[in-house]
Design a protein around this ligand. Structure first.
Ligand code: DP6
Length: 397
């Protein structure tokens, strides 16, 4: 048995992808742009293994066996096997072509709650399979066929997914527009409002939007200029501009969701309260210090600069306390200096809402994209002695 283990990061879009022009190849109706987050805090980890003894392809997600018949997984497996065949040189790896694969993937964050889990998951799956089968070259095109946003998780830093024009999808690829160390002061706070599975998946939601939302048609005309302005803002490390576009994008995306028929509402009262708080704080500061963005779920992702993290965290802790007076709202990930609540923030005309936020994840832009962790070869005899699930779990430790 040969196995490969890899990890992949989450990305959070500042220019949103919402709507496909081709459902099978996953070709978008607009380009999108995202920031790749640190893997210590949020990552998918996947082990793929192949052996002559495997009778069928199998997949486990977060410990539970899932159907491998999902069209997305089939697309990815087919494309990797096709590329393996094309580069076939007759060497020893080629016998793996006819072998079945076992896949085991785990996230260290809530799955399917609007935290880009499919992006990290598919980027990781495709990269691991490419390593296992010795497939070289551009893999964002393959990751895209698993989940659109996954193509952006293939790269670190600031990443553009160019929608492309070709019907084959060969020019619908992700590319890095700036490395992570270009803007090292940028920080991200994820406010986890819910870790429950979302009621309408992104795939289903965007299908209905494409069919029914007039606003989405208008959005297609707006996005190209926004992408240009966003690339400019990143180039110049212009936080004001970056923040304004990010928030307007999030608002427009959720407006499209409400314009969809029947309407989709991913944001909750708590999400809207976070929006209000961010605007009140920015106004108080006289310039924009924090930007929010929401994906297909109620959790907020805040972009801000390192120098403002402590103040903003104390603000959030004040307005979203825990009901237990002895416990502070938990911050996971990068450490945050403690900062006392500034007097002026108590003046926002807003109630305090206990327990509305479960915890905060503090992370930053990172250079590391999909990463290769370990490759093992187990002699034939031991393949039958340890059940696959256990073996893969050992790899994942
Ligand atoms: C709101 O990539 O999850 O997060 O291609 O159907 O798998 P599929 O959709 P997915 O959609 C992501 C939508 C979004 C915005 C974004 O990440 O750009």
């Amino acid at each position: 048995m040969r196995s490969v283990t890899c990890t992949a990061p989450v990305n959070i879009a500042v220019i949103k992808y919402w709507g496909k022009r081709d459902e099978t190849l996953i070709l978008p109706i607009n380009s999108s742009l995202s920031v790749t987050l640190g893997q210590n805090e949020l990552r998918a980890k996947t082990t793929v293994a192949t052996s002559k003894s495997f009778k069928e392809d199998k997949i486990w997600l977060n410990g539970k066996e899932q159907s491998v018949e999902s069209p997305r997984i089939q697309n990815v497996l087919k494309e990797i096997r096709h590329r393996t065949r094309k580069r076939s040189t007759g060497d020893v790896r080629d016998e793996t072509l006819n072998m079945k694969v076992h896949i085991c993937s785990e996230n260290n964050f809530p799955t399917a709650a609007g935290l880009a889990s499919s992006a990290a998951g598919y980027a990781c799956l495709v990269y691991s399979l490419a390593k296992l089968f010795g497939v070289k070259g551009e893999i964002s095109e393959v990751a895209r066929q698993g989940s659109g946003s996954a193509c952006r998780s293939v790269y670190g830093g600031f990443v553009l997914w160019d929608m492309g024009k070709d019907e084959s999808g060969k020019d619908s690829l992700a590319k890095q527009v700036a490395p992570a160390d270009h803007w090292p002061q940028l920080r991200i706070l994820i406010l986890v409002v819910s870790d429950q599975k979302k009621h309408t998946s992104s795939t289903e939601g965007m299908q209905t939007s494409v069919k029914t939302s007039e606003l989405l048609q208008k959005r297609v005309d707006v996005v190209p200029q926004r992408v240009e302005d966003m690339v400019d803002a990143i180039d110049n490390k212009d936080f004001q501009k970056f923040a304004e576009i990010t928030m307007k994008e999030s608002n427009q995306f959720h407006a499209v969701c409400l314009d969809t028929y029947p309407p989709i509402s991913y944001m909750t009262d708590t999400s809207r309260q976070i929006v209000r708080l961010v605007h009140a704080f920015n106004k108080q500061c006289t310039n924009t210090k924090v930007a929010y963005t929401f994906d297909a779920g109620p959790n907020a992702c805040l972009y801000l600069l390192e120098e403002d993290v402590a103040r903003v965290v104390s603000l959030i802790k004040y307005y979203f306390p825990t009901s237990d007076n002895n416990t502070d709202l938990e911050v996971r990930g990068l450490s945050v200096e403690s900062s006392s609540v500034e007097e002026h923030i108590n003046n926002f005309d807003m109630p305090q809402t206990p327990d509305a936020i479960k915890y905060i994840i503090h992370t930053q832009v990172r250079p590391d994209a999909v990463k290769y962790v370990i490759h093992t070869e187990v002699p034939g005899s031991s393949v039958h002695t340890v059940p696959m699930k256990i073996r893969v779990r050992i790899d994942l430790q």
